[in-house]
Write a protein that binds this ligand. Structure first.
Ligand code: ADP
Ligand code: MG
Length: 326
């Protein structure tokens, strides 16, 4: 999702330094990416950026559920029929996703995807879906029915109608892999920003850390915090994709246990060593709710979180101290 209220302050006084900041904004994985690298000159920077673009396209081809030939599409097509042999990379991603389901008591679940037949957040829904339809659909959801065979590297969705989707983790994973590739190629600093799912490394040419400005979506003009970041920061928000019925705003994040969208939270920002983890946890906090969500985040080492409720109140995990008066 477009980061409306999380953006980078790219303060560069690169003239005084031998390095420059090179940026490219483009559409990838159906969303807006901004790739930033610190490089000796523009040409080298652009060269590295094109490498990162290829890497992100490679990930998209692996995890997309709309590309007919992707491994993910094959898994979904064979739900209830047969196991599908996949690449080690996708196998491991699914394995980590299942671990995250266990760590979040099922709040995060890539098999939420069959619910997208019921809940649509593209403006096409005109009434609340009926209870019975939700009940029938949610029976198809359940990470415990994603069966992995470690030896043969196969994935089997046990029940017909089951479906997996990487909407809540794919952009984070792409940010991680693109960052890893650039580090391997010797790029000393940069930012992969996948529509607000960001992974950074190194420092700006003047030696200062990258920073993220956080604003309240209910008061977008004022940043209430400017925080330094060393790794990943991801924001999930329901300010773009949502539906409203009877004055209740339902977000595009679904509780996999009930089949109903989460409510009560307007945005969740998670800081973590990896964007994939941050991405998954941001989605999970939406589902778990403020109290349980923050409690769970406090148990993850190196992970911090800022939550804003639909009425504009701000909550943080234990180690974030905000001066919210500013
Ligand atoms: P954003 O759209 O801000 O990137 P997220 O990273 O939280 O938001 O991803 C939301 C997307 O994740 C949804 O659009 C949907 O594709 C998928 N999703 C919804 N609910 C869940 C869930 N409980 N577990 C895993 N994925 C989910
Ligand atoms: Mg997410």
């Amino acid at each position: 999702m477009r980061a409306l209220f999380v953006f980078f302050i790219l303060v560069s006084n690169s003239i005084a330094h031998s390095q420059v900041i090179v940026n490219k904004e483009l559409s990838l994985m159906g969303t807006d990416f901004i790739i930033t690298v610190v490089a000796p000159n523009l040409e080298i920077g652009q060269y590295h950026i094109s490498d990162a673009i290829l890497e992100i396209k490679r990930i998209e081809a692996l995890i997309s559920s709309w590309q007919e030939t992707s491994e993910t599409t094959l898994i979904n097509k064979n739900a209830g029929l047969q196991p599908v042999k996949v690449s080690e990379e996708l196998f491991n991603l699914i394995k980590r996703a299942i671990q995250l389901s266990k760590l979040t008591d099922g709040a995060f679940d890539i098999s939420y995807a069959s619910m997208d037949r019921i809940w649509k957040f593209d403006g096409s829904m005109i009434q609340m879906p009926n209870e019975e339809a939700i009940k029938i659909s949610v029976e198809k959801v359940g990470y415990k029915n994603i069966l992995l065979d470690d030896t043969n590297k196969t994935v089997f969705l046990k029940n017909k109608g089951m479906k997996i989707g990487f909407g809540a983790i794919g952009k984070g994973y792409a940010a991680d892999t693109a960052k890893a590739l650039l580090i391997k190629s010797g790029v000393t600093a940069g930012i992969i920003n996948a529509a607000g799912d960001m992974n950074t490394w190194g420092k700006q040419p003047d030696g200062s850390p990258w920073q993220v400005a956080i604003t309240n979506p209910l008061n977008k003009n004022k940043a209430f915090a400017l925080l330094p970041i060393t790794d990943a920061v991801v924001t999930s928000g329901n300010y773009e994709k949502f539906v409203t019925f009877n004055d209740i705003r339902y977000s595009h994040i679904i509780d996999p246990r009930t089949g109903y969208p989460s409510k009560g939270i307007i945005s969740v920002t998670v800081f973590a060593p990896k964007a994939e983890l941050a991405d998954a946890l941001a989605t999970s906090v939406f589902v778990m709710g403020i109290e349980t969500g923050l409690d769970r985040i406090n148990q993850f080492p190196g992970v911090e979180c800022i939550v804003i409720s639909t009425d504009g109140a701000i909550f943080t995990s234990e180690n974030i101290k905000l001066d919210t008066k500013n």
